[in-house]
Design a protein around this ligand. Sequence first.
Ligand SMILES: [Zn+2]
Length: 387
Amino acid sequence: MGLQSWKGCTLGEIGFLENSGVARRLKQEDCTRYPSAISRREFLKSAGLAGVGALLESGGLSPQNPPLTGARVKRIDVHHHILPPPYMLRARDRVLAISDRDHFRLLNWTPAGAIEEMDKTGIATAITSLGLPGVWFGGARAARTLARTCNEYAAKMVGDCPGRFGFFAAVPLPDQEGSLWEAEYALDVLKADGIGLVSSYDNKWPGDVSFAPVFEELNRRKAVVFIHPAVPGCCDHLMPGIPASTIEFLFDTTRAITSLLVNGTFSRFPDIRFIFCHAGGTMPVLAARTAAFVQRHKEIADRLPKGAAFELRKLYYDVANSTNPSSMGALMNLVPTSQMLFGSDFPYVPAAVTADGLDHFGLSSADLQAISRENATLLFPRLKGRD
Ligand SMILES: [Zn+2]
C-alpha cells in the first residue's frame, strides 16, 4: 500500500502514515529476531540450559535450576493492541482521548515496533486486538467497513510474520447482522484466532438479549472470545481527574462478566472460551457476593444449573498490568493457574511491566510457564507446534 493510496491526507497525516508502517512494509528481518523457528530444546541448549527442557517436560524444575524468565519463556501475549493507520485516520482523537498513557507510543505504533517490543520481553507470539474505542461510532455501514479494513490489516501481519502474530477479529457490534457476517469472514477466510469484543456498547452489556444470536453462532464455532474493557457510556468522567482506565475499565469488565453470568450466556453457550482482561477487573473480589445474589433469585439460579462459581471458574483471565499482590491474590483465590494467561496491553503499557511483574511474582516455574505460554496453546493449538 503506497502513500499515493492516501490522497486527501493532510501533510501531518502523511507524516504520521510514514511513521506508522503504511510506507514501510514488514520485512523478513523484522520477524525473525526472536528465535521462534528453532525448537525449544535447541534454544535451551544454545542458551546453555541443556537438560532444562527435559525437566520442564516432567514439570520438575528444581530451585538450583534457573527459572524460565525473560526471553526464555516464549510468551504468548493475548492482550496486545494494534493501531492500523486506516483506523487511526478514522479514530485517532478518540484513541488518544481514552488513554492517559504515553501518546507517543500510540502515535508511533508500527508492526516492526511491536516485534521489537516482543523480542525485548520474550513474547514469541502476540494475538492482537484493536486498541479502544473499536469500530463502532454509531453507524453500521462505517463500522462494518472499518472492521473489515482492520481485520485484513491484522491478517496481513499474521501472514507477513508467520508465528509472530495471531488476531482477534473486530466485529461491528451492536450491529448484530454485520457482526455475524464479519465473524464468518474473519474466522473462515482470514483465519482469525477468535473474536474481540468490548465490555459494553451504548450502555448495553454483552449478556443483553440483543447480543444472543452472535454468541449462539460463536458457540457453534467453539470460538475464543476476548472481551476488552470499554469506557462505559454510563460512567465516564464520574469523578473529575480520574480517567476511565483507572477504575472504570475494571468495573465495566465486572459488569460484562455479571451480565453474561446472570443472563445465562455462559451456561447456554458453554463452548465459547471467554478471555477477560486485567485479572477479571473486580470480579474476583466480588465473586462470592455475586454467587450469593444468584442463589437468592430462583429465576437467575435456574439459568445456572452448575452454579455461579462453576461459570466464573471456567473463564480465562489475562494478567495484563495486574501482577501485583492484590489483583493476583484475588484472582488466584478464584481460579487455578490453568485459567490465567499472559497479556501485556502493549502499546498502552510497556510489555516489560507485566512480564517482569509475572517473572518476579514468586510463582513456581511450572505455573510461570503455564501462564506465560502453555495455557494459551490449549486455546490456540496452531501455536503448540512452535515449542
Ligand atoms: Zn488493552
